[in-house]
Write a protein that binds this ligand. Sequence first.
Ligand code: RB5
Length: 151
Amino acid sequence: MKVSLGADHGAFELKEAIKVHLEEQGIEFVDYGCFSKESVDYPKYAYLAANAVAKGECDFGIICCTTGLGVSMAANKVKGVRAAVCTNEMLAQMTRRHNNANVICMGQNVVSRELAFRMIDIFLSTEFEGGRHQRRVDLLTDIENGKELSV
Ligand code: RB5
């Protein structure tokens, strides 16, 4: 498994801590920045990390900013990416089981490091359930492709 990492200055420290955590787990990662606490624009780093997942270069992405919100918006603009902001373990599990999320987003000012690590462990080890959830994920792809949905 290979994971892409991205963060803006607001979550640089969390990203660095996540790198240590992934190393301890023996999980390979690619760090798409940022590389200091100097102020940067979060969409660029979210895009790079999300695009690596969309292109199949990484299996999952972990993308962080101060809140997790901005990076999730940016990541979800990348075709093929399903990014979820998570604030607890249940969300990290459910977005894999039901949404087949391939990117987890979180905020350095929202979650503790310990919670971030637990969410990451759950996210990376939980399988998508498929079945009726596959149909719904396919509808997300339809929206992405400009299809007009009706009920
Ligand atoms: C940066 O100040 C902050 O706006 C960013 O980290 C993020 O939280 C945006 O959603």
